[in-house]
Design a protein around this ligand. Structure first.
Ligand SMILES: NC(=O)CC[C@H](N)C(=O)O
Length: 201
């Protein structure tokens, strides 16, 4: 059956919520903590959380290079919030020792929308998502300062870029996994399906 297997990087962050959202969007979802587990998935989600912590743990667990290699090789990846930061080729204000996986030619600003107690929800129109706007949950959210020519802006909030796609890499500043609305995850699952060769179906 044509059911893609999608991993959720499970080093830190809101892993469980993504596993639930992916299952609701008709994927087989499983946590990924080791390089062997990464090798077995068709695609990967990078959850929200703390991008510095996730990046340091990825180095510690021997996952950083395998992650970069798979993204370079075209594995579909979707990052929310901290996950978006991990997918940026460049961070404007990195903490010391903070690395990214990269994949989208963009520059991000961490915590750009303010601190934890300035978290908010807003309706966001996401290109490729049909129907009503998505309820965007922004928690110490980054925004995207600028994107390169290969990156497509999918959504903006208050004049700032909050969703981007470049080839098989998708990233949002906000957290669709927290709302019970699985349309953004469904968009990603469609990307994963479209990426699979006929032999792998
Ligand atoms: N909700 C989140 O994922 C917050 C991201 C966090 N501000 C970071 O820099 O990693």
């Amino acid at each position: 059956m044509n059911t893609p297997v999608i991993g959720v990087l499970a080093l830190q962050g809101d892993v469980r919520e993504h596993l639930i959202a992916l299952a609701a969007a008709d994927a087989v979802a499983r946590p990924v903590r080791r390089p062997e587990e990464l090798a077995e998935v068709d695609a990967l989600v990078l959850p929200g959380g703390e991008s510095t912590t996730i990046s340091k743990l990825a180095v510690l667990f021997g996952l950083m290079e395998p992650l970069r290699a798979r993204v370079r090789a075209g594995m579909p990846v979707y990052g929310t919030c901290a996950g978006l930061i991990l997918l940026a080729d460049k961070i404007l204000d990195p903490r010391s020792g903070q690395e990214t996986i990269g994949g989208i030619d963009m520059i991000v600003r961490r915590n750009a929308f303010g601190r934890q107690n300035e978290s908010f929800e807003a309706a966001v129109d996401v290109r490729g998502v049909e129907g009503a706007p998505v309820e965007g949950v922004f928690i110490r959210a980054p925004w995207v300062e600028s994107v390169g020519a290969a990156a497509e802006v999918l959504a903006e909030h208050d004049g700032h870029i909050v969703a981007v796609r470049q080839d098989n890499v998708l990233a949002t500043s906000f957290h669709p996994e927290l709302t019970g609305d699985h349309r953004v995850h469904a968009l990603f699952v469609d990307m994963v399906r479209a990426n699979r060769t006929p032999e792998s179906l």
